[in-house]
Write a protein that binds this ligand. Structure first.
Ligand code: IMP
Length: 199
């Protein structure tokens, strides 16, 4: 029988991604599935800190073993910005279009366009907290391209590809993406026969 584990997100893209690769052992529940509508505060100044806050919140308030992720886009020429503040780069209440527009504006005329996506996943299972990290190197393009994916995908060109993330199928993106890599490490760990998650 499949074991339940909560992924502390309601982001449909992320849920689809992980359910596709989770296999038979795990039934991945979303926050909505467990009736959690909390606005979980992401107040840490590191990806690890925010991932830990979210996982701890679900375990403490709802009792489920769970994992949570936090992702940032680190741009070298901007000193690592937007980084942990990627979701709020253009200010509170702004969407991905606004975030991308601001990033492109701040990169106007900049020659060094190197950047990387980093994902940190915090897992609480069997009483332990474990961390998994994934990273993908690339460059910021000068204009958006593609309609797939979400967030900054249209302006991120991975080194391992000729097209932006937003021009790839979800399978092609998952194979090389920050979250795909962090998730692969998480699932490898969860697949060990000794690991079990309980409510
Ligand atoms: P989160 O913490 O994972 O929700 O992501 C923080 C910010 O990074 C949000 O603005 C997301 O849109 C963006 N982001 C996260 N993952 C990706 C991705 O795979 N591609 C593009 N943008 C992403």
């Amino acid at each position: 029988m499949k074991q339940n584990i909560v992924f502390a997100t309601n982001n449909k893209h992320k849920l689809d991604e992980i359910r596709k690769i989770a296999g038979n052992k795990w039934n991945i529940l979303s926050l909505e599935d467990i009736g959690c509508h909390d606005d979980i505060p992401e107040t840490a100044d590191t990806l690890q800190g925010n991932a830990e806050i979210k996982a701890r919140w679900i375990k403490d308030k709802y009792g489920y073993d769970c994992f949570a992720d936090d992702t940032g886009l680190m741009v070298d020429a901007l000193g690592g910005a937007p980084g942990v503040y990627s979701a709020r780069y253009a200010g509170p209440g702004h969407d991905s279009q606004a975030n991308m527009a601001l990033l492109l504006k701040n990169m106007e005329g900049v020659a060094n366009r190197k950047a990387r996506f980093v994902t940190v996943i915090a897992l609480i299972a069997g009483g332990d907290m474990k961390l998994f990290e994934g990273c993908v190197e690339g460059v910021i393009t000068s204009e958006p391209s593609g309609n797939e994916g979400f967030g900054y995908d249209p302006i991120f060109l991975p080194d391992e590809s000729d097209v932006t993330f937003a021009c790839m199928t979800s399978d092609a993106k998952n194979a090389i993406s920050h979250r795909g890599r962090a998730t692969a490490k998480l699932l490898h760990y969860l697949d060990k026969p000794t690991v079990s998650a309980t409510e």
